[in-house]
Design a protein. Structure first.
Lengths: 112, 114
């Protein structure tokens, strides 16, 4: 079946530190992969996506590369800001595109 | 700008009440979803729908029902609210068969049952 496993949180970093949040997946076929961000009290917003192997998604300084050989989609940012404090969800869509599977979320707090 | 709109940001209801959570999307999407979000459990799928008047159970449908009378609207119904249904509820929509497309989320409804 399809599933997503992501790094347990919470994660606390100082401003300008390097961020990595690990995500691995299990899927049949060729899923698309996503990172969503949820700010306090809000719904989920798409942060970035990748639709095939070796694609790199990027947005707002965040990046993630679709690694089929390691079934991974790790989120990285070179220098985090206080405004990046949020919960991050890794997700995949199945090979029909009609179902989505989410990790449990990783809470990030960035301190000045 | 694409939009998924949930009717309430915050709701407080009493145990035993019938509760309606409404969701409207303006993107002409076929697929609509209801999730609940609880700390440490992530998002859990309650119900989804691929078309008008169509519904499918997700992972945790007990105590809930849904209605989809129009393509743009998907309602979640708590038949008799209980305190263990206190949660954040998220509605989402997506294109049917959209292999490379994402789900779009509403802002969430935080429901408290007292």
């Amino acid at each position: 079946g399809n599933s997503v496993t992501q790094m347990e949180g919470p994660v606390t970093l100082s401003e300008e530190a390097f961020l990595t949040i690990n995500c691995t997946y299990t899927a049949t076929g060729y899923p698309s992969l996503f990172w969503y961000v949820q700010y306090p009290g809000e719904g989920l917003q798409l942060l970035l996506k990748a639709t095939k192997a070796d694609d790199k998604g990027s947005n707002k300084g965040f990046e993630a590369t679709y690694r089929k050989e390691t079934t991974s989609f790790h989120l990285e940012k070179g220098s985090v800001q206080v405004s990046d404090s949020a919960v991050y969800f890794c997700a995949l869509s199945d090979n029909t595109g009609n179902q989505f599977y989410f990790g449990t979320g990783t809470s990030l707090t960035v301190i000045p | 700008d694409v939009k998924v709109t949930q009717s309430s940001r915050y709701l407080v209801k009493r145990t035993g009440e019938k509760v309606f959570l409404e969701c409207v999307q303006d993107m002409d999407h076929e697929n609509m979803f209801w999730y609940r979000q609880d700390p440490g459990l992530g998002l859990r799928l309650i119900y989804f729908s691929y078309d008008v008047k169509m519904k499918e159970k997700g992972d945790i449908p007990e105590g809930y029902s849904v209605s989809r009378e129009k393509k743009e609207r998907f309602s979640l119904i708590l038949e008799s609210a209980s305190t263990n249904q206190t949660s954040m509820y998220l509605c989402a929509s997506s294109l049917w068969g959209g292999m490379n497309t994402e789900a779009f989320f509403g802002q969430g409804t935080r429901l408290t049952v007292v």
